[in-house]
Design a protein around this ligand. Structure first.
Ligand code: WTA
Length: 665
């Protein structure tokens, strides 16, 4: 664990002197907010505009551990994101600055678009009108499979406006992954695009949709023209968005549906340890409150800020902190279609310079990748506007943190690592430049947010001693948590088991963490069979299912191995069916198969062919053995046998497997 930065040095940063406090002062304040967390969140909720105030702040739902926030309250998040600003002086303020990936001969973006709050409001109204005319009504479901283009937030806001529950599927996912989500949610309408650009390549998205939709009940597909690539349109099912919009009056207005605070805003699917992806439900009221408060505390968002979050809206970070959070805050948001290294590794720094970005929210994987190219590509571009930097998605190693602090932020900007997950809806542990800033330490997540009772505990829920590794749990409900009616879409029992059973009665995050003597939390990574590959959450079980669906594969087990850039990459152990041969060619075929069947983000870094998988007598795969073999590392301490196997057994299968894998190479 790293040392705190010398606080004195930190206090020399003139912009932040007024906001800095010592750790104890923050903790004293924090304790009062957690003791009366209901009263505290009620106060925060008053910062939003409600159509009708709530009757009760917090109530238990019909299923165990499904909580209802701000019961009786009515609101609409699209109203909070748009109408409120469109009626104010912000009406002509720029909401989105969008930049497409392709560039001209001078390296300048070929296409950029800007939307003021009023323009965004108009576009959303027109699209909401289109959705109504397609027959969508409050409580119906729709799926969105769009790249990083302005139509993506516009679609989310239009659906939210009329109370249609939506799911966004990351545009890098395969047809299979798209179909699983569309079917689970029961989506009637799918919104997509013809294609888009990624690292200079044109991706034909519609082709994937055509394949996926066959195995779903989708009735209508709305297609945005982005890339102009050739696509096939099925009569009666597929509609170009520009054709649908042509008939809509320019000034049409669709009243925002007054929705219950507990009305599901969206379902976002995320990987777990077993089974199909989990449909995480977020409500409307609690979610809006958490985002509104975190935009202030974590990002210190102000009206003259230019805010740039590099995530993809297909993941939760984009939902909360490219769309709903910053729009509610009335921010100017930079949105970029492509990758940070196209056409060169200067792309993000150019975007920051061109737009005068003040707040930069990014990921450790990207930072580690960009660091390899040295300081020059960064220093060539003016970053003097930057004032706050945060990262998210995986632990940030101290070297990457220091590079952000010293090189990117020129020792002027607080740099944080905001901890949260799809399930939490918004940031729960972070430095808080917008509220009270405690000393920075390279690599830590910092202290829990006000009202958030995050702790590090053992299996029994006993608080771990400082420096001791334990599980990260949240001991009190928070607004933004998994929402009614069932927490997990259609699976209330699975919701209870996954999150509330492991450590009795408190919310189990699935992460390992350590708390230091100052109470700072350092999340170390997942404690379950979930991988974080370049910050993307991937279930080993899902990859194993993909592999065994291949004709040549009899059994498969996937483990994560450390990777310098991506944090972690998947390595697959594969037992072939008789009659099939291992070797490079088969390995390449399987890798291609995974890319096509799951998506490129899950590409295994290697495939190791073995004659059998190491298992305990009860049939459990000994993942520790696999991990040791895959990394060339040792078995580690065998006295804590996570695999419930005898020590000799573990050693023996390790030796055996190692021999086999070496022979295979
Ligand atoms: C990990 C992403 C360390 C963690 C918002 C969590 C982090 C999982 C951090 C959720 C961080 C996220 N430091 N680890 N700052 N942020 N994680 O659902 O393991 O894609 O459980 O949400 O990412 O991933 P998800």
């Amino acid at each position: 664990m790293s040392e705190a930065l010398p606080f004195d040095e930190y206090l020399e940063l003139p912009n932040w002197r007024a906001r800095t406090v010592d750790i104890e002062a923050y903790k004293r304040f924090w304790r009062t907010t957690v003791e009366d967390f209901v009263g505290f969140w009620e106060k925060e909720a008053r910062n939003l505009e409600w159509f009708r105030p709530w009757d009760r702040v917090l109530e238990s739902g019909e299923h165990p551990f499904v909580f209802k926030w701000f019961v009786g309250g009515l609101l609409n998040i699209s109203y909070l994101c748009l109408d409120r600003h469109a009626k104010s002086w912000r009406r002509n303020k720029v909401a989105y600055i969008w930049e497409g990936e392709p560039v001209d001969g001078d390296g300048r973006p070929l296409s950029t678009r800007k939307y003021t709050y009023y323009e965004l409001y108009r576009e959303v109204n027109r699209l909401a009108h289109v959705f109504l005319s397609l027959g969508l009504r409050k409580g119906d479901r729709a799926a969105i499979y769009l790249p990083m283009i302005p139509e993506l937030p516009i679609t989310m806001l239009a659906l939210a406006r009329i109370g249609v529950i939506f799911t966004v599927v990351f545009s890098g996912f395969s047809a299979e992954n798209l179909a699983i989500r569309v079917n689970d949610l029961g989506a009637k309408v799918l919104v997509t695009a013809d294609g888009f650009y990624r690292r200079g390549r044109l991706i034909n998205l519609k082709e994937v949709v055509d394949k996926a939709v066959e195995s779903t009940d989708v009735e209508k597909v709305v297609v945005v023209k982005r890339a102009g690539n050739e696509v096939s349109m099925k009569e009666g099912r597929d509609f170009w968005l520009h054709d649908l919009l042509r008939t809509v009056p320019e000034n049409v207005s669709v009243e925002p549906e007054p929705l219950d605070s507990t009305h599901p805003l969206y379902v976002l699917y995320t990987s777990g340890t077993t089974g199909k992806p989990k449909g995480i439900i977020h409500d409307t009221g609690g979610y809006a409150v958490l985002l509104n408060s975190t935009m202030k505390w974590v990002f210190d968002i102000r009206d003259d800020d230019v805010y740039f979050c590099t995530a993809d809206i297909g993941w939760v970070t984009g939902h909360s902190y490219i769309v709903f959070g910053p729009l509610m805050a009335g921010a100017t948001i930079v949105m970029y279609e492509g990758t940070p290294d196209y056409p060169t590794v200067e792309r993000w720094w150019q975007i920051i310079e061109r737009n005068g970005v003040t707040i930069f929210y990014t990921t450790p994987t990207a930072v580690r990748m960009l660091m390899r190219f040295g300081n020059e590509p960064v220093q060539k571009h003016n970053r003097s506007t930057l004032r706050i930097i945060h990262s998210v998605g995986e632990p940030i190693n101290p070297a990457a943190w220091k590079w952000l602090f010293e090189v990117v932020g020129e020792r002027r900007c607080p740099v944080g690592s905001t901890w949260w997950m799809t399930e939490t809806g918004g940031i729960l542990i972070s430095h808080l430049p917008g509220l009270m800033l405690t000393p920075l330490k390279p690599g830590t997540n910092g202290l829990p947010l006000p009202g958030i009772d995050a702790e590090v505990v053992d299996e029994k829920g006993v608080v771990a001693a400082p420096g001791q590794r334990g599980y990260l749990v949240i001991r009190k409900p928070w607004p933004g948590m998994l929402g009614p009616p069932t927490g997990m879409w259609k699976e209330p029992e699975r919701y209870r088991q996954v999150y509330w059973e492991k450590v009795n009665g408190v919310f189990f995050t699935g992460d390992y963490a350590v708390k230091d003597v100052d109470g700072y939390i350092w999340v170390a990574g997942r404690a379950d069979e979930v991988l974080k590959v370049a910050g993307h959450r991937i279930g080993t079980y899902e990859l194993e299912s993909v592999l065994v669906s291949h004709a040549a594969v009899s059994e498969a087990a996937v483990v994560g191995v450390p990777d310098e850039i991506k944090g972690e990459t998947p390595v697959a152990f594969v037992v072939l069916k008789s009659g099939y041969q291992g070797g490079n060619e088969t390995a390449e075929q399987l890798i291609k198969y995974v890319r096509e069947t799951y998506g490129a983000i899950a590409t295994p870094s290697s495939i190791l062919f073995v004659s059998k998988l190491p298992k305990t007598r009860s049939g459990k795969i000994m993942r520790r053995v696999l991990r040791a073999v895959a990394t060339g590392g040792s078995l580690g301490d065998l006295t804590t046998l996570e695999d419930e196997a005898a020590v000799d057994e573990v050693k023996e299968s390790y030796e055996q497997l190692l021999k086999e894998v070496r022979r295979g190479r």
